[in-house]
Design a protein around this ligand. Sequence first.
Ligand code: PGA
Length: 303
Amino acid sequence: MHFTLQQLKLFEAVSRNASYTRAADELHLTQPAVSIQVKRLEEQVGLPLFEHVGKKIFPTVAGKTMYQASCDILARVAELKNSVETLKGEVKGPLQLSVVTTSKYFMPHLLGLFLTQYPDVEPKLIFTNRSKVMQRLYNNEDDFVVMGQIPEDDNLETHPFLENILVLAAHPDHALAKKKKIKLEDIINERFLVREVGSGTRLVFDRLLVEKGLKLEPYMELGSSEAIKQGVMAGLGLAMLSLHSLQLELAANKLVILDVEGFPVKRRWFAVHLKGRQLSLVARTFLDFILAESYRILNYDKK
Ligand code: PGA
């Protein structure tokens, strides 16, 4: 079988996305360029790798076997690349991270500064919710992941760094805005906007309610903190959000933090990877960088 790594890479992307178009978008190629290469790979294998049913594609048995092998080969090649860079002692090459959506308010800033010091690092940051980050963590798909709520698991290596302060936010004209020492049980029937199940923020909120023996009927469930924040600013309801996400809006008096007993809830952010994972020099250097520098870079030590 004569095939190239590039063909495996394209095939892997098509399989994972179950679509030629999405794979082509992801790899910044045209759709015909991707399908030609996958076709060549099929010719080499001598078996069809996908079945076309209507507009959808499904892997054949050979396709599934090929997918597993492609993942293994591509992961080994990435490791090899990293080992070579490590041997050379150069902080360059790929840095693959998955981070929870809420960290979009600080991770780009940390990465931005890191890249000014190490411009040859090729970062790839996937922002997704906690449950998908967990999936990627256990599939060992990233150098490390960043999340707030870590599972109890001895097979994980966890490195706490910044604080994650969770507050209850409201529109400045809300009836509760100026009230002091509000009890959560007294406002449980207010309209609450919550994140989707699978989000770490939602997990913390649900656990808090269980601890207090409270039951809340969410008024709206929205798939992003940004959407929830807009909802709060539009006066749709109250929401628990990370303080990281509210800096600009608080400064502009677009929303306020309610004085609710038990709040703020203080959590940490963690960089996490499977125990025993050999971090590349790039990943090790970035991890050390965020552990040592994040408070200073984000000016949190002055607040
Ligand atoms: P989320 O995760 O962005 O999925 O809500 C936040 C967290 O892990 O605390």
